[in-house]
Design a protein. Structure first.
Length: 184
């Protein structure tokens, strides 16, 4: 990015992808340390959305224009996440089922409701509840850590692929004077 001499909307879009992925990564890792699944899982969901949008732009570069300018006559319409998941299924086929579970948690469905309760002793049928955020059990904690690690790797791959599309010298908006980008 340091070699870019012309500030284009596409360059700024790429910078926004970088900033959002970094912010979500830092938020997830901070809240994992703070033992707070109520923050971790919705943040992971937002991270899945960001990666999905990036993968969708790679397959449909014209969608970048919608992201930068919103709806309009000469721009594609907003795509649902279901449509984007379908479009990127060859690249990331497991995003949709993970997203559904994260949405269930984020929208305070059964996964979120039962997180505050733990079965401490099955033989005695003892259940505990807490008002403090905490992982329901070690397995839930490990799943969140694994998801964060996978998303970090997927995010880097997505950014590596988006860079040449959005800021490379021959990309739309690149620093050649021939691109479709708008200098700002």
């Amino acid at each position: 990015m340091s070699k870019q001499t012309t500030l284009t909307a596409e360059f700024m879009l790429f910078g926004s992808f970088v900033s959002r992925m970094r912010g979500l990564h830092e938020g997830v890792t901070r809240e994992i340390v703070n033992n707070n699944p109520h923050a971790v899982l919705p943040l992971i969901r937002a991270w899945v959305e960001t990666i999905t949008i990036g993968l969708y732009v790679l397959r449909n570069p014209g969608y970048a224009k919608f992201l930068m300018e919103g709806p309009g006559d000469s721009r594609p319409a907003k795509k649902s996440f279901q449509a984007m998941f379908h479009a990127v299924r060859d690249d990331a086929g497991q995003l949709e089922p993970v997203y559904r579970q994260l949405s269930e948690y984020s929208h305070f469905g059964p996964l979120a409701i039962w997180n505050a309760h733990s079965l401490d002793d099955q033989d005695e049928r003892r259940v505990t509840w807490t008002d403090a955020p905490r992982w329901r059990d070690e397995q839930h904690f490990q799943i969140a850590c694994a998801q964060a690690a996978e998303l970090a790797a997927a995010g880097l791959r997505t950014l590596d692929a988006l860079g040449p599309l959005l800021i490379a010298p021959n990309a739309p908006g690149g620093n050649t004077g021939r691109g479709r980008g708008r200098d700002l």
